[in-house]
Structure formats: structure tokens, C-alpha cells
Write a protein that binds this ligand. Sequence first.
Ligand code: FES
Length: 106
Amino acid sequence: MEKLCPLAAIENLQSKGFTLRGTKFFIVRRGSRVFAYHNSCPHMGVPLEWVEDRFLDYYGELIQCSTHGALFTIEQGRCIFGPCSGQSLQPIKLELRDENIWVDLP
Ligand code: FES
């Protein structure tokens, strides 16, 4: 595991993109819970965000792919609407320790 950033670096109910050692991924924060996924849509393998650090839909309740609008649950990364319905984002293991986010990259 390696230390990524303080939890406070990601605003509550927001998302943030990262590139670490060539791996592109993003984190979504909900209070003291954080979720991380590779930044690659299961539909066509492209990055999901439409603007830097914007991975969520208008309501901030689902992850949205900007290319064809697929929607994914924040907790599971499962596509519930769109061309890759039923498929999932690839999760990245992470932990919260002492208010810092630690990730386990392959
Ligand atoms: S590339 Fe993401 S929905 Fe098509």
C-alpha cells in the first residue's frame, strides 16, 4: 500500500482523478467513505470524466461515463444504465488510515 493523499484533498460528495506510476484511476468520497476505480469505462475502455475531476452525474449519486452516458453505482462500480449495463468498473483497493488515503496499485 502506498500513501496517496489526505482525505481532505477530496471534497465530500465529490470525485478526483489521479495518475500514479502510469495507472489512471479516480476516487469518490462520501463522508468518511472512499471508493476507487480504474479510469476506464467497461464499454470502450476510455476515460470516464468530461472535465477534470468530474466523474459524477448531476446529482452526485452515480458515476457517469461522459462518452455514452453509462451510469455506475458509487459503492460497487456496477453499471445500472447504458451500453455496458451489468458490467462493472475495475476497483482499486484502498484504505483510510489516520485521515490519509492509501491505495494498493497492481
Ligand atoms: S465508452 Fe463509456 S458508455 Fe460508452
